[in-house]
Write a protein that binds this ligand. Structure first.
Ligand code: DC
Length: 237
């Protein structure tokens, strides 16, 4: 591809940053949006979960302990990749060549991921990789700091919210459907604790970017959200 054609291609494509609290349904909507626009979808939460999985697997974090310095020393041993799964219609996450897409969705990983995500060295490593993935645009990325830190110049920024109870209910249903045995209260506790840690951490706290469009989806269907976002995306292309 010539340089001019390459530039033209980039001109039509945009970066869409979707941030928000946990379990706001960001990934569901981001995946569908990417599919409609023929864009790449990247779930950055999966990357923080992959580091957490590594830390748990190597006994660097657990009940009452966190050897953060040791984790920082081992960061070069962590290789996170995504591979598109045709049958599922999205890219699954791999840690050092092993598919961990399902293993990172447990309540155990959820309850240790926020402390892991406070470590600046972890964030730096993952943000660098995320910026590389979006360098050619045509990407929908969801997370907590996408519109503020990863892509501050993203053409479209969305900030998703919903009440903690609505989110806990959704996550609870999802976990039950996957066969996990736990109570609604445990899930609500995890959701509110993560909100607090994610919004108050020193490095890249979860905040709405000034130029982000805020969508409270407590009472919106997926189709309604998708329609709204597609409309916004089309005005930016
Ligand atoms: O989106 P998720 O629930 O899978 O994200 C898991 C955790 O990862 C979340 O509680 C905070 C952290 N995270 C982050 O700090 N920055 C991101 N861009 C994405 C996730």
């Amino acid at each position: 591809m010539g340089e001019e054609e390459d530039n033209l291609n980039k001109m039509n494509k945009i970066v869409i940053a979707i941030d928000g609290f946990s379990s706001t349904g960001k990934s569901t909507i981001a995946k569908q949006l990417a599919k409609q626009l023929n864009y790449i979808y990247v779930d950055t939460g999966a990357m923080y979960r992959a580091v957490t999985y590594f830390a748990l697997d190597n006994n660097l974090i657990g009940e009452g302990f966190f050897h953060s310095e040791k984790l920082i020393d081992k960061l070069d041993d962590i290789h996170i990749t995504f591979k598109f799964n045709e049958a599922l219609g999205f890219a699954e996450v791999y840690l050092n060549g092993k598919n961990i897409e399902k293993a990172i969705r447990t309540l155990k990983v959820s309850s240790y991921v926020s402390p892991i995500a406070t470590i600046s060295e972890v964030r730096q490593k993952l943000v660098e990789q995320q910026q590389l993935m979006g360098k050619d645009k045509g990407i929908v990325m969801d997370g907590r700091d996408i519109g503020t830190v990863v892509f501050p110049n993203a053409e479209l920024k969305v900030f998703m919210t919903a009440s903690a109870e609505t989110r806990a209910q959704r996550r609870y249903k999802e976990l039950l459907e996957r066969g996990h045995n736990l109570s609604y209260d445990e899930v609500l506790e995890n959701v509110t604790t993560r909100d607090r840690i994610d919004s108050t951490r020193e490095d890249s706290p979860l905040v709405k970017a000034e130029d982000a469009i805020e969508i409270d989806n407590s009472n919106l269907t997926i189709e309604e959200q998708l329609e709204t976002l597609l409309k916004f995306a089309k005005t930016k292309v």
